[in-house]
Design a protein around this ligand. Structure first.
Ligand code: URA
Length: 205
């Protein structure tokens, strides 16, 4: 039989998924974004971090978490003793959603149809990487990972086992920390974020 007729065994690898996702038209966000920003990181990752969607810098670079939120994340991972090169980092939504405002592109929160349309990629990344733990950062990530709207505060900071066998830890999004106007609140929220990441590292079996 030709290769095409062979039964599919197991999950697609990440590079195959990345190529497929580059042409994704499952929701309208591809129209204005520069490119699909797929997840990246170690195939052998034990932790998969999920954010919301690429920001301005990520949209241009084609890589997740390389802008200000990414720098915040890198610092927090480092403090939590997690090596970014050993994790897999992705977003619930893989195109940048924005409104042009003069010279800048203002980030807009993805809506439920967009989150749902993009979930296929998260599911396939999950099947390819098979992490021991998914860290859902912020409400959009939690909505995608749980498959329904899931409040952050009630669920954050402890491993939660889903029916499909996924173990999840919910925390805030690093951009939330950047937006806090009060320096003291920012510092204490940052410490809590690092603490959540430490719990994530400790939750590996
Ligand atoms: N915020 C996200 O949620 N993801 C990124 O990749 C960058 C900023």
């Amino acid at each position: 039989p030709k290769a095409d007729d062979m039964p599919r065994k197991g999950a697609d690898d990440i590079e195959t998924l990345r190529e497929e996702a580059a042409d994704c038209r499952a929701c309208p966000l591809y129209k204005n974004a520069t490119q699909t920003v797929f997840g990246e990181g170690a195939q052998t990752a034990r932790i998969m971090l999920v954010g919301e969607q690429p920001g301005d810098k990520e949209d241009l670079a084609g890589k997740p978490f390389v802008g200000p939120a990414g720098q915040m994340l890198d610092r927090a991972l480092d403090e939590a003793g997690i090596d970014r090169r050993k994790v897999y980092v992705t977003n619930a939504v893989k195109h940048f959603k924005f409104v042009p405002r003069g010279k800048v592109r203002l980030h807009q929160k993805p809506n439920t149809p967009e989150i749902r349309a993009c979930r296929q990629w998260y599911e396939r990344e999950l099947a390819a990487i098979k992490p021991e733990l998914v860290v859902a950062m912020g409400a959009t990530a939690a909505q995608s990972v749980f498959g329904k709207i899931t409040p952050i505060n009630k669920n954050r900071g402890r491993p939660i086992d889903l029916d499909d066998g996924t173990r999840v830890l919910v925390t805030v999004h690093p951009s939330y920390l950047l937006r806090l106007p009060d320096a003291e609140a920012r510092a204490s929220e940052y410490r809590r974020f690092v603490q959540d990441l430490k719990i994530a590292a400790g939750a590996l079996r």
